[in-house]
Write a protein that binds this ligand. Sequence first.
Ligand SMILES: Cc1cc2nc3c(=O)[nH]c(=O)nc-3n(C[C@H](O)[C@H](O)[C@H](O)COP(=O)(O)OP(=O)(O)OC[C@H]3O[C@@H](n4cnc5c(N)ncnc54)[C@H](O)[C@@H]3O)c2cc1C
Length: 432
Amino acid sequence: MSTKPQKIVIIGGGIIGLCIAYYAAKKGYEILVLERSKPDHQGCSFGNAGLIVPSHIVPLAAPGAIAKGLRWLINPESPFYIKPSLSWNLIRWMMRFWMHSNESHVRTCADLLAQLNLESRQLYNDLSADNEIGLKKRGLLMLCKTQQSLDEESATADLANKLGMQTEVCSSSRLKELDPSVEMDVCGGVWFKQDCHLHPHRLMEALRKRILENGGSIRYGADVRKFEYANAAISRAILADGEAIEGDHFALAGGSWSNQLSRTIGLNLPLQAGKGYSLTLSEPPQLPTFSSILVEAKVAVTPMGPSLRFSGTMEVGAADTRINPRRIQGIIKSASSYLPQFHHEDFRNVTPWAGLRPCSPDGLPYVGRSPRFRNLAIATGHAMMGLSLGPITGKLVADLITGDGHPDVRLSPCRFKPAFLINVSICSRSLK
Ligand SMILES: Cc1cc2nc3c(=O)[nH]c(=O)nc-3n(C[C@H](O)[C@H](O)[C@H](O)COP(=O)(O)OP(=O)(O)OC[C@H]3O[C@@H](n4cnc5c(N)ncnc54)[C@H](O)[C@@H]3O)c2cc1C
């Protein structure tokens, strides 16, 4: 006798929602992704820098982050900005950010982020069959203009080495040797050898294809406005036009908008949108073979086939994806300062893209089961690492929902019992 597979409804068709859908569909569950925008919408998961970053073991909330943020506040071209507002949500988010900006938090996060990112990197191998996603495993160069930044990056490299990562501190001549075709005006850099890069748009297409091949469906233009529930379980997601979608399990992966929906069921996820921009040059004057981050400017540079993408800026508290020309200027100036062969004119016909990162105040994502509804999983708040952590998040959440399979990642530093491990961020932040 055949039994009907259980149905999992996933809200959000960004990288996180699609990864959950892909790993759950592979297990034979009935999958429906509800995405409110149209199929051609290029949200946060498309225009990003495409970096897979085991090197990013230091969360945004780290010592010195607040002081740096305040210094940058008055510079309209700066890479970091907090939109002044009397919003209670933003004030509360900032207080939590400030509380986590310390050494002990960095130590707790470092091991966890390294493990998650390395596991995710491993899963990308499987996703990159035929190299349809443009995965390149050359590492990431952190390019520094000043000795002080190079010392700081070297200290991060020391910490990363202790967590099993391979790094090399490079002089400017060593950088030239690594990528002879590119002129760089830097004092040195650190090569994080396990980092990778890929083409985000191609990744999203590949995931969509695989979900459909595994029997799942993605419905666009489906705007979920609320949930219906009874007996501590969600029964239906209600769309803007009143249509009710039934499911056995639900996963909320709505990126920066997750909190709007979670609030309707009394769950407050401290989350702010962090706007960032990217500029993709189809005919760059030089094409680096390595991806890099221009450290002081906080700009990522990623080769994507024949194109080159520059990405940067974090505007916390952004309400929309409107382009701020001053921040775009900041990215272009940084590009030509580190890479002198790039000039303002090279960017003249490039249309800037903007996306909203879902940012939690402590730099760790929310991944786990809702404390109130037994059939609701939550996966959001990945900030600058959503692409990097997409596959491991998808796999963990699929395992959590289906209850079959143990998470491969040991989140040991957080000292929770194995059964609760992947609820770690939710448990540790005691959501209300
Ligand atoms: C400039 C820039 C560079 C970046 N570079 C990198 C990088 O190199 N590496 C990296 O790892 N990360 C990077 N990121 C971060 C990464 O892009 C994000 O963390 C990631 O895209 C977030 O994915 P998500 O699925 O959570 O959210 P999203 O991609 O925003 O997807 C959420 C989806 O949910 C939908 N949705 C929301 N609410 C509802 C609802 N009620 N009903 C139906 N649908 C709904 C939205 O329409 C949206 O499509 C970068 C981001 C930016 C802006």
